[in-house]
Design a protein around this ligand. Structure first.
Ligand code: FES
Length: 375
């Protein structure tokens, strides 16, 4: 038992997956043209949330309100040039689009995180930051007539999109209740402590926050231990819940999701946010040319060996959507009608999406001719 818990905790707080390195075939066929160019934002404030977590508040380049439409829980793909390489990473909004506050992303600095180190160590208030348009399906549209109970489960900096969702629900759904469960290693790693306390004071009957610490200080009155599936079920008890949103390290999300599904919660009510950066390690890239048929336009496009579906489509002028180009955001998702692809793994596609024929064009290679819905 002790070993199981220890390995769970180790897995929970493991370092992030290696970042995606552009393969030589991409260089061979040219850098894919982004369907939508990156825009510049002015960083107008940098807030230290914890020793390793910072919030970057964004404005228009002139310092005014940015024209940036996003939904609660979505993320921005930040684009930075580091040592001659262009790097992209997805970071969730910690702000709510419904409160009138400036948009903000919150980033944890990780020792081997190329972009998170750059943001923490180099980017200061007044600097410009480039980003692609907001994307992401880990979201919920507040409905002012709704009367529901939404449970948010956060592990570490996974609180970020849940902060956006919590604020948005409390502002946009006056008849709904929100329960937020936050798991952290220690008290000094709690993110948004003051902001959450203020939200609680503003909506004491509709908003409950519970913290669970792995290393609680003496006299700690909250929950203790990893916020796994059993802990979440115990914390919520038999309260009816309409929607669950879970964001944190993969083992924690898997544990919570599995516990909820086992308890009979419908799959469609359990939302998890996965940021995975795909790698070409240990995969076979098809070595033959293939034809991509886009069912919407009837166009036929040749994908050369080593070209992703996205690269081939964009090179031929097909306006395919994309954002991170690393398998992490889902913006490039399309449904295949026929044919096989191989994809870089891990990526953010769910099992249900795979079963329904969806692929991520940014990390999929045609293994023979492929037909794609739409476009
Ligand atoms: S563009 Fe982000 S997953 Fe493909």
């Amino acid at each position: 038992m002790t070993q199981t818990v220890a390995s769970f905790v180790r897995g929970w707080f493991r370092e992030p997956l290696p970042t995606f390195e552009l393969r030589s075939p991409s260089a061979r066929w040219g850098t894919p043209r982004a369907a939508v160019p990156a825009r510049a934002f002015r960083v107008v404030d940098v807030i230290d949330e914890t020793p390793t977590v910072r919030t970057f508040v964004l404005a228009a380049p002139d310092g005014g309100a940015p024209a940036l439409a996003y939904r609660p829980g979505q993320h921005l793909t930040v684009v930075v040039d580091i040592d001659g390489r262009t790097e992209r990473r997805c970071y969730s909004f910690s702000s709510s689009p419904l409160t009138g506050a400036r948009p903000a992303i919150t980033v944890r600095r990780t020792p081997d995180g190329v972009v998170s180190r750059h943001l923490h160590d180099r980017v200061r208030a007044g600097d410009l930051l480039k980003a692609l348009p907001p994307t992401g399906e880990f979201t919920l549209e507040p409905d002012s007539s709704a009367r529901r109970h939404v449970v948010l489960v956060a592990g570490g900096v996974g609180i970020t999109p849940l902060m956006s969702l919590a604020e948005s629900l409390l502002v946009g759904e006056r008849g709904s209740r929100v329960t937020l469960l936050c798991g952290h290693r220690s008290a000094d790693e709690i993110v948004f402590h003051e902001r959450l306390a203020a939200l609680q004071r503003g909506a004491p009957d509709r908003f409950v926050v519970q913290y669970s610490l792995d290393a609680p200080p003496a006299g700690w009155a909250g929950l203790e231990g990893p916020l796994d599936g059993a802990a979440v079920r115990a914390a919520v008890g038999d309260q009816p819940v309409d929607e669950w949103f879970v964001c944190g390290p993969e083992p924690m999300m898997d544990s919570v999701r599995e516990a909820l599904l086992t308890a009979g919660v419908p799959d469609g009510r359990v939302h998890v946010e996965r940021f995975s950066y795909a790698s070409t390690a240990a995969m076979r890239i098809p070595e033959r040319e293939a034809t991509l048929r886009f069912a919407g336009s009837g166009r036929h496009v040749v994908a050369r060996p080593g070209q992703t579906l996205l690269e081939a489509g964009l090179a031929a002028g097909v306006a395919l959507p994309s954002s991170c180009t690393m398998g992490g955001c889902g913006a490039c998702k399309v449904r295949t009608l026929e044919g096989r692809v191989v994809m870089r793994e891990p990526n953010c596609l769910t099992d249900a999406e795979r079963a329904a024929g969806y692929v991520l064009t940014c990390c999929a290679y045609a293994d023979g001719d492929v037909a794609i819905a739409g476009h």
